[in-house]
Design a protein around this ligand. Structure first.
Ligand code: MN3
Length: 269
């Protein structure tokens, strides 16, 4: 597991940034007839990557060959989470909503590159940077969310085990108190958003926080352990306006084994 993690920490994003920087440098000299700087691979220590921040080894969210973010397959059938989440909701949520975040993220990154190449509308940097935040968070959130659930009784439900169970006990007093506060956190999100259990890595504490939209209110650097999407698109077909009923059903689906791995990675140093 450690080797897989280390391989991921070579971080395609770091390389993308380096390549983007090189492209920017090249674009600055296109017509001057000057010798362009010879691209050099980045040297020095790699940019620090917070342990646990790389994608889990079996979760393909980015394709290095194409340089594009990609939609990971659902790890189960659309109807596998019935009756707690219905098949139609899962199909639309994954195939339409999540796919739109992936497409939106790729487009926003491409538009910013066009602006750097003087081929785009430079007045739209604010817009596209905002879109990177929104769609990027949407892509990561949903990629994790599918894995954080499993069919009830077949990996979904039960209670946390191992180090995560101990940490929840320490942070919240008991699993029951944690669960009550997690539900209250999620149910009371204003508008579309998320309820999150995260590790704040500088203190290594567990925190319960709300996310609004896809990324608003997230604490910088915090690492997700468990999240529930409370946008209406996540539950409206079955539950209509009764978000609390959906939130109450959600613990039947929590994949604590996956969440435990996220926790272990988040506190590893
Ligand atoms: Mn959603």
């Amino acid at each position: 597991m450690a080797n897989q993690d280390d391989a991921l920490r070579t971080s395609p994003l770091d390389r993308r940034e380096a390549l983007a920087a090189l492209g920017l440098a090249a674009a600055a000299f296109p017509t001057l007839g000057l010798a362009q700087p010879t691209p050099q691979p980045a040297k020095g220590p790699p940019i620090a990557v917070i342990p646990g921040s790389a994608a889990p080894a079996d979760l393909k969210v980015f394709d290095e060959a194409s340089g594009q973010f990609v939609l990971p397959a659902l790890p189960y059938a659309f109807d596998a989470l019935e009756p707690h989440i219905d098949a139609k909701t899962m199909e639309i949520h994954h195939d339409k909503h999540h796919a739109a975040y992936v497409a939106g993220l790729n487009k926003a990154i491409a538009e910013l590159a066009r602006i750097r190449a003087a081929a785009g509308d430079s007045s739209l940097v604010k817009h596209w940077a905002n879109q990177v935040s929104f769609h990027g968070a949407g892509h990561i959130n949903h990629s994790l969310f599918w894995q954080m659930m499993a069919p009830a009784g077949k990996g979904g439900g039960g209670s946390p085990r191992g180090a995560l169970a101990d940490a929840i006990q320490k942070a919240f007093g008991s699993y029951e108190q944690f669960l009550a506060q997690f539900k209250a956190t999620a149910t009371s999100v204003e508008g579309g958003g998320w309820g999150w259990l995260v590790v704040e890595p500088w203190s290594r504490q567990l925190l319960l926080i709300q996310g609004e939209k896809q990324q608003d209110l997230m604490v910088t650097g915090c690492l997700p352990v468990l999240g529930i999407d409370v946008w209406e698109h996540a539950y409206y077909l079955k539950y209509q306006n009764k978000r609390a009923d959906y939130v109450n059903a959600f613990p039947n689906l929590i994949n604590w084994e996956f969440c435990g791995k996220l926790y272990d990675r988040a506190i590893a140093r």
